[in-house]
Design a protein around this ligand. Structure first.
Ligand code: ADP
Ligand code: MG
Length: 468
């Protein structure tokens, strides 16, 4: 075995970090180069989940980094630390074959358990677990607390707590993340458990294929003999080909349920609201626990952004975090996209992340109160007219609701529509500090999520502020 030159390894990591900001994850630190010989670089990962993920999702980037750093045609292969203990380097005569095989190596993990269930080919439908989608990396808040707690309970005692566990909510709110976290925790704590984790789409496609190929026995064996069945985006059961798929799923469900096997489902709507879903399925989906995930509040958004930056091992200043959390209020996926964009810009330009960079990255003009399209005065005019208060009231120390609400709305709109900083806005409204402004923004934000009438009112005011 040939030791891997530490300088080469450092070069590779630096190359990956600079080129692929989005995949420069914290757990790259835990990778260990094992061997470089016969055109093959072997890298050990702490767990099989990480091995599978890297082998499936990051192999091209690693091959590129290895080839750039060595100047040679080097292939990369990932193995677990356990496998590394018994690893024998390929003999030089077979180097090309070994390198080619390395790239084509298929991950085991969940797939292995699937093949134990009679499926001997590597189906493209199977989802690779992302090591990032763990419970540790899941940020909780009032919007997802119940779903998170239920997922943890199910992972700790599959089949014995909530069955089925049904998690529903809009896109990008962490449903898939929780489903994968359950699989990973079960895999870790009970490696013998047979798990089947597929998208509902895949379930339906496989079903149709098996019907057409006359392989229903195989299909049933596959789905009805697992300890844990995780089906993502079950609302697709209400789509095309639904009658027979629903019928099949109904029997799958019953069989698993009766033998206390765990079922976990996610959906974009609660059971009763899934269009065209048979009544008997609706009622079964309600047998266990139905948990909702909703949009994250301001504080949770800040925590998610911090966590995503930390995962990539990158420092992002607080003002940039709060800037993104204020601008992006829809879901975690969008937050992640925004911070990835900012990190990517910084990496490309080899510069530190600051407000100027963040604004440019997110397509906002540079900070300059003068050039902003909307002026503070326009916002104040609209808000004071609506609430029938005076600017001096807003700037005063008064804390009566008749004054605090318009003041908070002003601060919120000022943040949304102008380029003024939190400090500048606070200064304008009676010398308040930036934490007060942040609190106001959060309050408005939270109320918009929970009080539709208030949200409408804010939207109405926002609509009245015309750019100058
Ligand atoms: P969904 O399946 O509900 O559409 P995902 O689980 O795919 O959403 O989440 C989208 C992205 O946002 C993922 O990268 C996920 O890690 C991240 N994410 C969602 N919710 C959270 C959370 N509470 N904490 C950390 N990351 C989250
Ligand atoms: Mg999903």
């Amino acid at each position: 075995m040939a030791r891997v030159d530490p300088t080469l390894w450092r070069d590779m990591m630096a190359y990956l970090r600079s080129r692929y900001a989005s995949i420069s994850r914290q757990w790259f630190e835990a990778l260990e180069p094992i061997d470089l010989s016969s055109g093959l670089l072997v890298i050990a990962t702490p767990s099989s989940v990480q091995r599978d993920y890297l082998q499936r999702k990051c192999i091209e980037q690693f091959n590129e980094a290895a080839q750039t750093s060595t100047g040679k045609l080097v292939g990369v292969r990932f193995i677990t630390a356990e496998e590394a203990a018994n690893y024998a380097a390929p003999s030089p005569a077979h180097s090309t074959v070994a390198a080619a095989a390395a790239v084509a190596t298929t991950p085991t993990g969940i797939q292995k358990r699937l093949s134990d269930n009679g499926d001997h080919h590597d189906s493209p439908d199977q989802i690779v677990l992302s090591p990032d989608y763990s419970f540790d990396n899941f940020i909780t808040g009032p919007n997802n607390q119940l779903a998170y707690a239920a997922a943890v309970a199910v992972a700790n005692q599959p089949g014995n707590t909530y069955n089925p566990l049904f998690i529903h909510g809009g896109v990008g709110l962490g449903k898939t993340h929780l489903l994968q976290a359950i699989c990973q925790q079960v895999l870790r704590e009970r490696p013998q458990t047979s798990i089947l984790y597929v998208s509902c789409d895949a379930f339906m496609n496989q079903f149709i294929e098996c019907v057409q190929a006359g392989k229903m026995a195989e299909f049933r064996h596959r789905y009805r003999h697992v300890d844990l069945l995780v089906l993502d985006d079950i609302h697709f059961l209400g789509g095309g080909n639904r009658e027979r798929s629903q019928e099949e799923f109904f029997h799958t469900f019953n069989e698993l349920y009766q033998s206390s096997r765990q079922i976990v489902l996610s959906s974009d709507a609660p059971p009763a609201d899934i269009p065209h879903l048979e009544e008997r399925l609706v009622s079964r989906f309600n047998w266990g626990l139905v948990a909702n995930v909703t949009k994250p509040h301001y504080e949770t958004r800040v925590a998610i952004l911090r966590a995503k930056a930390r995962l990539r091992g990158i420092e992002v200043p607080d003002d940039v975090i709060s800037f993104i959390a204020t601008r992006v209020d829809s879901n975690a996926r969008e937050l992640e996209g925004a911070i990835t964009t900012v990190i990517g810009h910084a990496a490309l330009q080899s510069r530190a992340i600051d407000m100027e960079l963040a604004r440019a990255a997110l397509g906002e003009p540079p900070s300059d109160g003068q050039t902003s399209q909307v002026t503070l005065q326009q916002i104040i005019d609209v808000v004071t007219r609506y609430y029938n208060v005076k600017l001096s009231d807003l700037q005063s120390r008064r804390r009566h609701k008749s004054v605090t609400e318009p003041r908070q709305v002003c601060m919120y709109l000022a943040r949304q529509r102008t380029r003024f900083s939190l400090e500048e806005i606070g200064g304008y409204f009676g010398g308040r500090d930036h934490t007060t402004v942040m609190h106001s923004i959060r309050t408005v934000d939270d109320r918009c999520l929970t009080e539709p009438a208030f949200a409408q009112q804010v939207a109405h005011l926002d609509g009245q502020i015309a750019p100058a």
